[in-house]
Design a protein around this ligand. Sequence first.
Ligand code: PLP
Length: 404
Amino acid sequence: MAKCNPRLSANKTSIRGVVGELLGMTNPDMPLISLGVGDAASFSCFRKGKADFNEALIDAVSSSMFDCYPPSYGFPFARRAVAEYLSKGVSHGISEGDVYLTVGGTQAIQVCLTVLASPGCNLLLPRPGFPPYEAAAELAGIEIRFYDLVPSRDWEVNLSQVQSLADENTIGMVVINPNNPCGAVYSSTHLQEIAETARDLNIPVIADEVYGHLVFGGSRFVPLASYAHLAPVIIIGALSKRWMLPGWRMGWLALCDPCGTLKQVKIATEMLMNVTSGPASTIQAAVPRIISDTHEEFHRNVLTVLETSLNLLYSRINQIEVLQCHSKPRGSMFMMVEVNTTLLYGIENDMDFAKELIREESILVMPGSIIGLKNWVRIFFGISPELLIEACDRIQAFCKRRQI
Ligand SMILES: *Cc1c(COP(=O)(O)O)cnc(C)c1O
């Protein structure tokens, strides 16, 4: 038997594994509606005004100027465009030299955790959370410590728990804002409290702002970099969500470090970027036109459709007695819903709920236990309102049938 990396050989439950199992259980008489793993980009209702993005790429390809290798950290003009985008409204701007272009937000997560990993270290992650952080931490040999997001406080970070979990080996805390899976959008007061906690603990904040600006209902997105004078911020972003281009695999890692505490991290990031491979040259070439130009019609339409779907889902879910959404999402594309299993026949937990729902109604939802919250489910609402109505009808019919 050939040997392999033991960190990759453990038989762990992964999202893909669970989703794969659930997808094998659909009702053959009904078309599948996936509210489990989200890809809004597959719906035409989000495409209005999107042709500009394609043109930027077509021009890059047609010019033949980007058949070459890109520099290890990305083309300077593309890094500058990202730096300018991230610096808007932030007093400690992000400079071109502190932006590293990555293959989607996922590679930014991997680079960040690989760079921060030191022997015996631990990392604070939110629960419920986003599983790629756990996967990247495990691969890098980082111990994971979960802090809770509190449903009764609009999913704010439990900061006293963060303080008690951290020790001298803690290398950082991950904050996802706007939040996947809860849909929370943190106030500037709460973001400042987070930064103050990180300052007291002497750790950087890893700010996953992949859903940055995807906020509605009058909410405002405040970048964590606004508080970088308190604690250094490592920003993770991508074109995948706000611009609906997940297949382009374009993301970034950016350092906002006005106090200069990330000097070693920066050197290590550059060493790692020098020996890995980043996003395709042609995709990088399209970045300035995509993120610098306003594309107002596109962004407005995305927010309008998302908010329509959210309002629809929220009112329908709260009409179902066995389901409850405690805190209406104000951003991202996800909602956490609590399932009252004691009122449901033949359903003991969130996994049973997801299995029975897909078996009977061909609706996929994400069981909360795989992201850290038992007897909750995560529902994706980045789909067309018409399809969401159909999905809600089926969820309602299922719950009614199963209610004791
Ligand atoms: C989608 C997502 C990412 C980045 O994903 P890519 O598809 O690799 O760009 C990062 N963080 C969160 C919370 C996400 O939902």
